[in-house]
Ligand binder design. Structure first.
Ligand SMILES: O=C[C@H](O)[C@H](O)[C@H](O)COP(=O)(O)O
Length: 229
């Protein structure tokens, strides 16, 4: 049996997912996020699609694409899309100013493209993800392999402590064939400035700081649904 705390966190994720899919309308192109919370939204969306809602969707990871197809959600290739009506995704941390850290699952690059294309970018979370300052969660950075040592040096100049992501002892490889470096910058006084500095480093494909890309965060807290926008 799962510990009680996990059950209530899962219930919050589900409540946020159910609230978010209500914003999806007939004929929308929908961006699908990645992770445990986004998965619940995809399952809820599939129920609506099977009940007659007409949408097309695009996925932020191979895993999400496989899930969506298995549930009968029509999928469009991301490279064909010039805009997305609505996207639903999770986050690792967010602040009330709607800045986020994402990428705990390594899907940050495609998630960022989807968020950037979205007219309405909705983030769904349980109550553990809301923070006063970003940075307790390490900032994921997707690095093109041949640039790894260069990027590590540059990030260290920004006072970041770097850790190459591994899973089960093996170097983690993203859907795009790249490494993920998780960086401890401490609590972030100025996440926008840090995002700008990371954007200047050649060899970084994307980082997990999502600044100004979110329309609203729907967070469940116990039985309550809170919307930050
Ligand atoms: O790369 C993964 C994504 O950014 C996820 O949306 C994020 O890590 C949150 O995942 P979860 O909903 O599982 O906490």
């Amino acid at each position: 049996m799962k510990p009680l705390e996990n059950n209530s966190q899962d219930a919050e994720k589900l409540a946020a997912a159910k609230a978010a899919v209500q914003f999806v309308k007939n004929n929308d192109i929908v961006g699908l996020g990645t992770g445990s919370t986004a998965t619940l939204a995809i399952q809820e969306l599939a129920k609506l699609v099977n009940g007659g809602l007409k949408i097309q969707a695009s996925a932020s990871s191979v895993k999400t694409e496989e899930l969506a197809i298995s549930l009968g959600i029509p999928i469009l290739k991301l490279e064909t899309l010039g805009s997305i009506d609505i996207s639903i995704d999770g986050a690792d941390e967010f602040t009330e100013s709607l800045n986020l850290i994402k990428g705990g699952g390594g899907a940050l690059f495609r998630e960022k493209i989807i968020a950037s294309l979205s007219k309405n970018s909705i983030i769904i979370t349980d109550s553990s993800k809301k923070v006063k300052m970003l940075g307790a969660f390490n900032v994921p950075v997707e690095v093109i392999p041949l640039a790894l040592q260069f990027v590590l040096n540059q990030i260290e100049k920004l006072d970041g402590k770097t850790l190459l992501r591994k899973t089960n002892g093996r170097t983690f490889i993203s859907d795009n064939g790249n490494y993920i470096v998780d960086v401890d910058f401490g609590l972030l006084e100025n996440p926008a400035q840090l995002a700008f500095s990371l954007n200047q480093i050649d060899g970084i494909l994307a980082h997990g700081l999502f600044i100004g890309l979110t329309s609203k965060v729907i967070m469940a807290d116990g039985d309550e649904i809170l919307v930050f926008k």
